[in-house]
Every structure is written in C-alpha cells, then in structure tokens.
Design a protein around this ligand. Sequence first.
Ligand code: ADP
Ligand code: MG
Length: 303
Amino acid sequence: MSITVSNISKQYGRQLALDRVSFTIKPGEIVGLLGPNGAGKSTMMKIITCFIPPTSGEVSVHGFNIREQSLEVRKKVGYLPENNPLYTDMYIREYLEFVAGIHQLGKNATKRVSEMMEMTGLMPEKGKKIGALSKGYRQRVGLAQAMIHDPEVLILDEPTSGLDPNQLVEIRNLIAGIGKEKTVMLSTHILQEVEAICSRAIIINQGKIVADDSTGHLLSKAGAHESVTVEFDREIKASDLKTITGVTLAKKLQGNTWLVETEAGTDVRQDIFRYAVEHNLTVLSMQKQTSSLEDVFQQLTKP
Ligand code: ADP
Ligand code: MG
C-alpha cells in the first residue's frame, strides 16, 4: 500500500476534527478527498505529511510510520499545502533551489530544478519573482516544489482553489499527467474536479468518512438516474410520457418542455422519438443529462 490510514482521530482542544478515519491508497491511484469546508480534509493531509500528530491512530506511507519514521515519510511525500505558502521575494529558480537544498539534492539540484520548471511549464515566467506571478503560475511553483525530491506520493490540498477557469484546466491537466506516475491524493470541495481527474473519491463530512468508492460506483450506488429534457411542439400529458418503457418520472418544466427520467444505464431518447412520430408530435429539442457526483455528495453530506 502507498498510504495506510488506520483509525485516525484528531482532537483540537474540544473539537473533534477527525473521528476514527481509515482508508488505504494503492500505488498509482489518484484519489480525491472531497468534503465541505471544515470537514477535516486539511487536518488529514497534515497528519499524513507529518506536519501535525494525530491524537490517536496510525498512518504509514510506503511502510514507514508517521510517528517513528517521519524523516522517511517526508522523503516519500510531496506536499502542496492549502493556500500554497511561498516566498514572494524570491525568484522562481532561487526558491526551487532553496527547496532542493532542504531535500539535500546536492549537485543534482540545478538540473532537477530545470527539469521541474520544464515539467510544470514555468519556463516562460522564469525571470520573475514569485510575487509577480499569477495564481496559476504560483500553483505551478507549488507543484514543482512538492515534486522536487521525486516523491512517490503527492498530497495536494485544494490545488485549484482560486484559479480562473483557464488556469483551472491547465493545473488539472498537469495533475492528471503527474498522476500517471505517482500516487496522488488531492482535496477539493469541487465535485467536477473529482469527476475530471480522480479514479476514486473519499467523501468526508464532519470528520467521518461517508463514502469511499470509485467515482463510477458512487454515481450508480446513490441511485443515479439519467434524465432527458425534451421540448415538443404541442401540449401532451405526463401520463402519455409515462407509457414509454423505462420512464420513471415525467415532469413539466415549462410550456411544452418536459423532464423525463429513467434508471441509470438506459437511453430513452430513441423511444421518445418513436413516441413522437407515432403521435404526430415534433421534437423541437432534446438534451440528455447524467446525474452528477454533486447529487451523491449532497445526499451523503446532508446535515
Ligand atoms: P477542511 O480542510 O476540510 O476545510 P480542516 O481540517 O481545516 O477542514 O478543519 C477541520 C475542523 O477542525 C474545522 O472545524 C476547523 O475549524 C478545525 N480546526 C482546524 N485546525 C484547527 C486548529 N489548529 N485549532 C482548532 N481547530 C482547528
Ligand atoms: Mg482545508
């Protein structure tokens, strides 16, 4: 196992931030730690990266225990903390060489820094101080510093928060690329992010795991359904639509536009067309939607 978390609890004074959390992550997985603000995501990540100790429970990374072998754990893990704290007065290369020094890369440092700058697409901005970079480029610096010692595991705490839509796509692609070679755990409260890059989601709410499954499974498990919005050229009745095989719900949205729901895995569009032809109706528009992880998330984290 790449990461094994067993029965971790964390108490901040009287506040229980994590409540007996357990999971394992296999090498090469890209796992999303998903949960609302205050769920305990950052706390979990700080414990795995040896920044804070748990109150109880054990974590091991590649077989190394976070309490007894924290130096080994730190060598295996790259960490991008929440809000990506950086030295804004430093030049990109200067900062990365500084981080390389901390990891004792010695004479390999210069070469490694160049490789990281290439890989994270920092070269166009190489002459700038970190303080002069856009948020997207700062995240690239954060990813570069997390990977400088070539760790096997990357822990990324809300790596895309605060990015504009273009930067967001770029950073997601970068992470997806990195994930081909490393074990990645990233936290987010954005569901599309998990759908876009993670093979698995661990959903956490109020310090407890409420779901842990592949994104595909999570969708079907929560009774995911598929729906189609369809507009006809004239009025029909809900009971007419319900005669179509597989239809579980027919709801009028407005005018002659209907929302038609079916169970997951069925595509009712052809049947709707056939129905329309048989009844001399014209289909003005038709759009298929799949229920999102968002629905699952809301169901699971409802207070
Ligand atoms: P998330 O990253 O999911 O937003 P956190 O792990 O940051 O959640 O926080 C979990 C809970 O623990 C929150 O209620 C937060 O207020 C609390 N908490 C986090 N850090 C501390 C701290 N240093 N002292 C006291 N409470 C804290
Ligand atoms: Mg957090």
